[in-house]
Design a protein around this ligand. Structure first.
Ligand SMILES: *Cc1c(COP(=O)(O)O)cnc(C)c1O
Length: 662
C-alpha cells in the first residue's frame, strides 16, 4: 500500500493528483490535469488545443446525454494513426529500407461504424486498409473501404462463400488478400478460383515456433489455433503451384497475440518469419508483403516494463525492430524487401475513448464522533479517551518525526500502535458486554462508531509518517480495513468486460478534485447483482493494487470517474448481463483553434431494446401489466391514480437507457 507516499493534505496540488494516478506517465500526450484539479484532454496532442473533461461532461449532460457516457475523441484516433505512420517512416528512413509501410486496422477491435469510418477517412492519405476476421467483418470492410490501393486482409476461418466474395471484391476494384490460415482452405481457394475464372491475392499465415509470454502466448507455437506449420506451408505452396495460382501468393502473415509486453518476443518472431519469407520467394512465390499482425502493446500503467499492463518498448522501438529485422533477413539473400503491413488494433484504438461514470454513493464506515452523553458506560468512556489520545497527535508534526523515540517519550508510531491495541481491546469488551446484556444496542453502536473513528484517525496519521519506518503488519492493513465501496452507475460486463474476464488493468480515476488530497481508499461495485461486477484492481507502476485513493463524497455534488484507454475490444466484448445495455456515446472533435463539436451521438440501448434482444415484446409486457392492474383496481387493492402512475413509470422506463438516472 503506497499510502505513506501521499503528500500531506495541506500541501496537496493538482500535480500530486496527476502523479498519484499516473496521468503524467500513461496519459502523455492526451491527458493531463489542470490547476482546478480537472482532467484535461488534448485530443490533438502537441498540435494544441485542450478540453476540460469535467466541463465537457457537464455540457453533454445539458444535452440530455446521461452517464455513463462513452466519449470518443476522433482527433486522438487520427493522431494515433499519424504516430504509427510517422514511426514507420522514421524507421524506414533511418535504416534506408527500400520499401514502404502500409497498415490495416483489424475491425474486430472496434466494429462501430463511426470508428471504422473515421479510420478509413483519416487513413486515406496512407492508403490505410482494414482486416476482417469473419464474414460480417468482411461486409463492413468491403462497404466502408473504397480506396483501391488500400489492403483488405481477409483472415479468420473461411467457407466457400467468404472466399468467393473476396475474389469478386477484387473485380470490384478492391485489394482483398485471402490469408490461408488452415491447411484445408487452399482447396477451397483453388475451387473458387476455378469456378469464377479469377483469383484473389493470396496470403499465408505461418505458425511460428517461438514461445510468447503473457496472456496471449497460446496464439503462437506449434499448437496454436491458426497458421500453417512448415510441412503444411510447403504442401500449400505445392498445391498453389499445381493449380497455377502460385503467382498470386503475395503475403506472409503471422500474429504473435495481443499486447506483446516484451519486445524480445517480437524480435524472435520477426526473425523466424523473415526467414520463411525468404524461403517462399525461393520457392517461386512473387510475395511482396510481410504482415506482422497485431500485438503492438499499450502502456496502461506507464511503467515501461514487460509486465502485463505495460510494454518495455515504445512505438518507435517497435517500428525500428520490424524494419531492421525484416531487412536483415532479406538483404543477405538478395531478396527485395517487402512492403510492411501491420494489423495494430489495440495500439490505434485504445486512447481515443474515455468512459465516464458517476458514483451513486459509498458505504463509508461511520467517521463522525458522536457527542458524549451523561453517565456513559466505562467501555464507551475508555474508547473516547483512546480517540482523544490519537487526535492529540497533530498531523503536521508527523512527517518530520524521528525514527527513534527521543528520551523516555514513546515515538509517534509507538503511541499509534498502543492506541490501536487499546481501541481493539475496548471494542472486543463492548461486544462481550453486549452479549451479556450489560450494553444496549445504541451503546454498542456508539462503541463501533468510536472504534472506526479511532482507526480512521490512526490511518490518517500513519499516512503522514516518513517512509522507511517499520510499521507493524496489522497497522499496514488498516487502510484496507477502512476501505470504502463506491457504487458505480455502470455495468463492468457491458463497459469494461476485460477487467472481469482477463484481469485487464485500465487507468481509473476521478476526473475532478485532483487538487484535493484523496482521503479514502476504495474500490467500485457496479449495478449488476453479480459479485464479480466490480473494479478492484488498479494500476500501480508495473504492479497492481486492490484499492484506489478516492475522495469522500459530498452531498449534492457529483463524483465522476473516468476509465481510460478502453477504446479497444471493450465495447465489442461487452455483454447484456442483468440486461444493462450499451451506454450513450458521443464523438467529439476539436477543430484547430476552435470550440469542440459533437459530431455523432449514439444513444445507448433503451430498456425496450434490451428486452427485445431477449425476444420479449415490450408492448405485450405492458398490456399484461395493464390487465393485471385493472384486476387489482377491480379488487380494490390499487387506486386508479396509482395504476396510472405505475403504467407511466413502466412506459417511461422502456424508453430510457438501462442505467440509473441521476
Ligand atoms: C486480434 C488480431 C489483431 C489485433 O491485435 P492487436 O493486439 O489489437 O493489435 C491483429 N491480427 C489478428 C490476426 C488478430 O487476430
Amino acid at each position: 500500500m503506497s499510502v505513506s507516499t501521499i503528500a500531506a493534505p495541506a500541501s496537496w496540488t493538482a500535480a500530486d493528483g496527476a502523479a498519484l494516478y499516473g496521468i503524467d506517465r500513461w496519459g502523455e500526450p492526451y491527458f493531463s490535469v489542470n490547476d482546478r484539479g480537472h482532467v484535461m484532454v488534448q485530443p490533438r496532442a502537441e498540435r494544441g488545443g485542450s478540453l476540460d473533461l469535467v466541463e465537457l461532461v457537464r455540457e453533454l449532460q445539458g444535452r440530455d446525454l446521461s452517464l455513463p457516457l462513452l466519449i470518443r475523441f476522433d482527433d486522438i484516433l487520427e493522431d494515433r494513426l499519424e504516430r504509427l505512420h510517422a514511426a514507420f517512416d522514421r524507421a524506414i528512413a533511418q535504416y534506408g529500407y527500400d520499401g514502404r509501410y502500409q497498415g490495416v486496422f483489424p475491425v474486430k477491435c472496434n466494429q462501430q461504424r463511426h470508428v471504422v469510418d473515421q479510420l478509413v477517412e483519416s487513413g486515406r492519405r496512407w492508403h490505410f486498409g482494414l482486416e476482417a476476421g469473419s464474414k460480417a467483418e468482411l461486409l463492413i470492410a468491403l462497404s466502408l473501404l473504397d480506396d483501391p490501393e488500400a489492403l483488405l486482409i481477409c483472415n479468420g476461418t473461411k467457407d466457400q462463400r467468404y472466399i468467393e466474395t473476396a475474389i469478386l471484391a477484387r473485380q470490384l476494384g478492391r485489394q482483398p488478400v485471402v490469408v490461408i490460415e488452415q491447411a484445408d482452405e487452399v482447396e477451397r481457394i483453388i475451387t473458387a478460383s476455378r469456378e469464377l475464372g479469377a483469383a484473389p491475392l493470396i496470403g499465408i499465415r505461418a505458425k511460428l515456433s517461438i514461445r510468447s509470454t503473457g496472456r496471449w502466448s497460446s496464439s503462437v507455437g506449434e499448437r496454436a489455433k491458426f497458421g500453417l506449420s512448415v510441412p503444411d506451408l510447403l504442401a500449400t505452396v505445392e498445391a498453389l503451384r499445381q493449380a497455377n495460382l502460385l503467382g498470386e501468393l503475395r503475403l506472409l502473415h503471422f500474429h504473435v497475440g495481443s499486447q506483446i509486453n516484451d519486445i524480445a518476443v517480437l524480435k524472435d518472431a520477426l526473425q523466424e518469419a523473415g526467414q520463411i519469407y525468404v524461403e517462399l520467394t525461393r520457392l517461386g512465390a512473387p510475395m511482396g508483403y510481410m504482415d506482422v499482425g497485431g500485438g503492438l502493446g499499450i502502456d496502461y500503467d506507464g511503467s515501461r516494463t514487460a509486465s502485463a499492463a505495460s510494454t518495455n518498448y515504445s512505438l518507435q522501438n517497435y517500428a525500428n525492430d520490424v524494419v531492421a529485422t525484416v531487412q536483415e533477413c532479406c538483404l543477405p539473400h538478395g531478396v527485395a524487401v517487402p512492403t510492411l503491413v501491420s494489423e495494430s488494433g489495440r495500439a490505434l484504438a485504445s486512447h481515443f475513448s474515455v468512459l465516464v461514470f458517476d458514483v451513486l454513493g459509498s458505504d463509508a464506515l461511520p467517521q463522525a464522533v458522536p457527542p458524549a452523553l451523561g453517565n456513559e458506560a466505562l467501555i464507551i468512556r475508555n474508547l473516547r479517551e483512546t480517540y482523544r489520545q490519537i487526535t492529540a497527535i497533530p498531523l503536521e508534526t508527523l512527517a518530520g518525526s524521528e525514527l527513534a523515540a527521543s528520551g523516555d517519550e514513546p515515538s509517534p508510531l509507538e503511541r499509534l500502535q498502543e492506541a490501536w491495541n487499546d481501541a481493539i481491546k475496548f471494542k472486543d469488551d463492548a461486544l462481550a458486554a453486549f452479549r451479556l446484556g450489560y450494553l444496549s444496542l445504541p451503546e454498542r453502536g456508539l462503541a463501533e462508531q468510536l472504534t472506526w473513528a479511532s482507526c480512521q484517525a490512526i490511518a490518517e496519521r500513519l499516512a503522514q509518517l516518513p517512509p522507511g519506518l517499520n510499521v507493524p503488519e496489522e497497522l499496514q492493513q488498516l487502510p484496507a480495513v477502512l476501505a470504502s465501496t463506491y457504487y458505480a452507475n455502470l455495468s463492468v460486463f457491458r463497459s469494461a468486460p476485460d477487467t472481469w474476464a482477463i484481469d485487464q488493468l485500465f487507468p481509473v480515476l476521478p476526473i475532478q478534485r485532483l487538487h484535493e488530497a484523496p482521503q479514502r481508499l476504495g474500490s467500485f461495485a457496479d449495478l449488476t447483482c453479480d459479485s464479480d461486477g466490480k473494479i478492484a484492481r488498479f494500476i500501480d507502476r508495473g504492479q497492481h493494487k486492490p484499492l484506489l485513493e478516492l475522495h469522500p463524497l459530498r452531498a449534492g455534488e457529483p463524483y465522476w470517474i473516468g476509465l481510460f484507454l478502453g477504446g479497444a475490444y471493450q465495447e465489442v466484448m461487452g455483454n447484456l448481463h442483468n440486461l444493462f445495455g450499451s451506454t450513450n456515446a458521443v464523438h467529439i472533435r476539436l477543430p484547430e483553434g476552435g470550440r469542440y463539436t459533437v459530431d455523432h451521438v449514439v444513444r445507448g440501448d433503451t430498456n425496450a431494446e434490451v428486452l427485445e434482444a431477449m425476444e420479449h415484446d415490450p408492448p405485450r409486457l405492458l398490456e399484461r401489466l395493464r390487465v393485471a392492474s385493472e384486476a387489482a383496481i377491480g379488487r380494490g387493492s390499487l387506486k386508479i391514480s396509482d395504476a396510472r402512475r405505475l403504467m407511466a413509470h413502466l412506459e417511461t422506463s422502456l424508453r430510457q437507457t438501462t442505467y440509473l438516472q441521476g
